[in-house]
Design a protein around this ligand. Structure first.
Ligand code: ATP
Length: 346
């Protein structure tokens, strides 16, 4: 079993608390993405799990063993970090073979496993080259291939696809997902790219300010964000937040009335794709300022009750900038946020 338990981990750099009692369990064979904006503590947490950084408090347990004080190489994991250190004096083949050589794998097996990892990362044609002759994206793929070649039980990755162009990034993402699932590798993957996290992960831990804001399956986090931060961070366009007055269970926006929960200082969290254009302009009034045709949809930017909102409409919808349209929303798709705490109401 290669489950990972992060138990109340704290990291302080001087007087700055980069991680505040973070707890997280990653099940054997599971793929968890750590997602969050720059500086939220993702890399620090990953480095602590790897043993490259020492926590100020708390424990890391891998496969039932407390590894909190073990050296990185004794933790039984493979890692790919942002700076994708490849060895400049070794060919790509030897770079990918490195971990296998350390494990004293027989030569025929080394060859087979290197070729398999190289094929997966599309670097077969560079196997005889030295890293200095490769682009940043190619070097990054060598680093990923080296980690995969040893077929690790636990794999830690920090933005491993960040240097690839959009198309290759998408292709590699799909390959990675398939191969790690097949191998049953327990994976923790750091990214600030929500599309990548949504596409790859079984569960996403959304981090903010050194804490995990929410952890859950991608669609769960998307549909039921626990906080305003999560709703605004996940999804493109981000969730809209509209301040509304609610009295006796009814909120009024223009002529429209919506059921609302009891509470003060409420905000309606509304996904742009959960609103549809109502017949004859009925529904929540939305003043359209800009219409952007995105191909698969129209992105409408405007205002609801004077507050910025972005709505997704079908590509053929007849909407013009400057118009007021009406929006229909299914109450079951609304998120209500307590404007004071920023937390969603259950
Ligand atoms: P990014 O996506 O930009 O890499 P991140 O979420 O991975 O961001 P971390 O690198 O974990 O963020 O950093 C978390 C916080 O800890 C940041 O505010 C950073 O400035 C701080 N920090 C990280 N390493 C150190 C260090 N060695 N000394 C002091 N502060 C540090």
């Amino acid at each position: 079993m290669a489950d990972i338990v992060i138990d109340r981990v704290v990291k302080e750099f001087g007087s700055f608390r980069a991680l505040q009692e973070v707890s997280l369990t990653v099940n054997d064979g599971e793929f968890v993405a750590l997602l969050g904006p720059s500086g939220c503590g993702k890399t620090t947490l990953l480095r602590i799990i790897a043993g490259l950084e020492t926590q100020s408090a708390g424990r890391v347990v891998i496969g039932g063993q407390d590894v909190s004080t073990l050296a990185p190489r004794k933790r039984g994991l493979a890692m790919v970090f942002q700076n994708y250190a490849v060895f400049p004096h070794m060919t790509v083949f030897e770079n990918v073979a490195f971990g296998l050589r350390m494990q004293k794998t027989p030569q025929a097996e080394v060859k087979r496993k290197v070729e398999r990892a190289a094929a997966l990362l599309h670097i077969e044609s560079y196997l005889d080259r030295y890293p200095a002759k490769l682009s940043g994206g190619q070097r990054q793929r060598v680093a990923v291939a080296r980690a995969l070649a040893v077929e690790p039980a636990v794999l830690l990755m920090d933005e491993p696809l960040s240097n690839l162009d959009a198309l290759l990034r998408l292709e590699m993402r799909t390959e990675l997902k398939a191969v790690l699932r097949e191998a049953g590798t327990t994976t923790i993957y750091v990214t600030h790219d929500q599309t990548e996290a949504m596409g790859l992960a079984d569960r996403i831990a959304v981090m903010y300010g050194g804490k995990i804001e929410q952890i859950g399956a991608p669609l769960e986090i998307y549909a039921t964000p626990a906080t305003r931060f999560v709703g605004g961070f996940i999804g493109s366009p981000p969730m809209n937040f509209i301040k509304v007055q609610c009295s006796h269970g009814i909120a009024r926006i223009g002529d429209a009335t919506l059921p609302c929960p009891t509470g003060q200082n409420l905000e309606l969290g509304l996904r742009g794709e959960d609103a549809s254009l109502g017949p004859n302009g009925s529904g929540i009034p939305f003043d359209v300022r800009v219409v952007e045709p995105m191909g698969s949809h129209l992105l409408l930017t405007g205002a609801i009750d004077g507050q910025l909102a972005r709505i997704v409409a079908p590509p053929t919808a007849k909407v013009n900038a400057g118009e007021r349209v009406g929006l229909t929303v299914d109450p079951a798709r609304m998120t209500w946020i307590d404007g004071t705490t920023g937390r969603a109401l259950a």
